[in-house]
Design a protein. Structure first.
Length: 76
C-alpha cells in the first residue's frame, strides 16, 4: 500500500494527497540548502514540505508561460 500525506495548501493551489512511493531526489549546493532550511523553518515546514510548496509554485508559474500539454501528458 502506498503511504499518503496531505500537506498544507499553497494559496491558490488545492491540497491533494501526496504519494510517497516515487520520491524525486533534489540536489542543492550547501548555500541553497541552508537558505532552503531557513525559509522552511520560518514557515514551520519540513524541508520536503517546503520543497513541494516551491515546486508547486514554480510549476504554476511555468505552466502560465508555456502552451498547455495535451490531456494525456498532464497525468504524469
Amino acid at each position: 500500500m502506498t503511504a499518503m500525506h496531505s500537506p498544507r495548501a499553497v494559496p491558490g493551489i488545492p491540497a491533494a494527497p501526496v504519494l510517497h512511493d516515487r520520491p524525486v531526489p533534489l540536489r542543492m549546493t550547501a548555500s541553497e540548502r541552508e537558505r532552503h532550511a531557513r525559509y522552511a523553518s520560518r514557515e514551520s515546514r519540513s524541508a520536503s514540505n517546503f520543497a513541494l510548496k516551491l515546486y508547486r509554485m514554480g510549476m504554476q508559474q511555468y505552466e502560465q508561460q508555456m502552451p498547455p500539454l495535451p490531456q494525456a501528458d498532464q497525468a504524469r
